[in-house]
Design a protein around this ligand. Structure first.
Ligand SMILES: [Fe+2]
Ligand SMILES: [Fe+2]
Length: 282
């Protein structure tokens, strides 16, 4: 097992850095009244991000009469969370948008799961008027990023992990730990730490399957709840989509009542379907 762990951390070293430009832009987007011209000035220095951003916006909004040709034009069309979404997608797409063999997920499903989690996290944050909505949304989009690194190793071990889940009744995470010595939440958090993401986002990613940790603060609780809801609804569910439940303490930390949870599920599903149609043209 020690050998596998060594490989995992070696693999982390080979993942490229998260672009500095995108960080600066995400930091600026923490201000609700961000000036779009200033934001464009920061992003446009990175030609790749700018090109990807515009490509994504144009392919998502194919119904637009005119092609979006500049960043400021795009910002005027999008809400702050959508700008965050496209910004992360423009940089992280290269990491997220690849098939995860070990987890039985296609790139499309991976995106749907991330997107769904973002949608539910955003909706819950609005309902409870969460303090750090921007961090919640970013953490929700990136919460399973550790699967990408682990997938390289889970691939060969998936059968063993599956057997443990099916025959021994372990959760997918417990089986990951038994077979690999680590799990995708730990690896994802470590990757985001290396990339220099804020501590609150790293913690939410680390805690998203841990029932004791997820209730430590509002951000981690909302991300964990969003992930659970998305899994319960079967959005982008792969091999680990087994046995999800909502721990009562989680709802309490988030601050949602049962009735509100019901509204979140129905509203969230509609919002997700809508976004999926508009954003991904599917
Ligand atoms: Fe996860
Ligand atoms: Fe997830």
């Amino acid at each position: 097992m020690v050998k596998v762990l060594e490989y995992v951390f070696e693999e982390l070293n080979s993942v490229p850095n998260f672009p500095e430009t995108a960080f600066r832009a995400l930091r600026m987007l923490e201000d609700e009244n961000v000036n779009f011209h200033d934001l464009a000035k920061v992003i446009r220095y990175d030609a790749t991000i700018t090109a990807n951003f515009l490509k994504l916006v144009n392919s998502a909004y194919i119904g637009l009469r005119r092609k979006v040709e500049s960043l400021t034009q795009a910002f005027a069309l999008l809400g702050l969370n959508q700008i965050r979404f496209f910004l992360i997608a423009a940089c992280a797409g290269q990491y997220l948008n690849r098939p995860l063999r070990g987890y039985d997920l296609s790139p499309y499903e991976v995106w749907l799961h991330s997107l769904g989690c973002g949608v539910f996290a955003e909706l819950v944050s609005e309902k409870i008027k969460a303090e750090h909505q921007d961090h919640i949304f970013t953490a929700a989009l990136l919460h399973d990023i550790g699967k990408i690194v682990l997938d390289l190793f889970v691939g060969g071990e998936l059968e063993v992990i599956r057997e443990l889940v099916e025959e021994e009744g372990l959760s997918f995470m417990e089986a990951e730990i038994m077979v690999l010595g680590t799990d995708h939440a730990v690896v994802g958090a470590e990757l985001l730490r290396r990339w220099g993401f804020p501590q609150e986002i790293i913690f939410a990613v680390r805690a998203h399957h841990d029932e004791d940790w997820m209730v430590q603060n509002q951000t981690s609780a909302v991300v964990a709840l969003a992930n659970t809801l998305v899994n319960l609804l079967g959005i982008g569910m792969g091999a680990d989509g087994l046995s999800y439940r909502i721990p009562p303490a989680l709802l309490k930390t988030v601050g949602l009542k049962d009735k509100e949870l019901f509204d979140v599920i129905t509203e969230g599903f509609l919002r997700y379907q809508n976004l999926k149609e508009n954003l991904l043209n599917k």
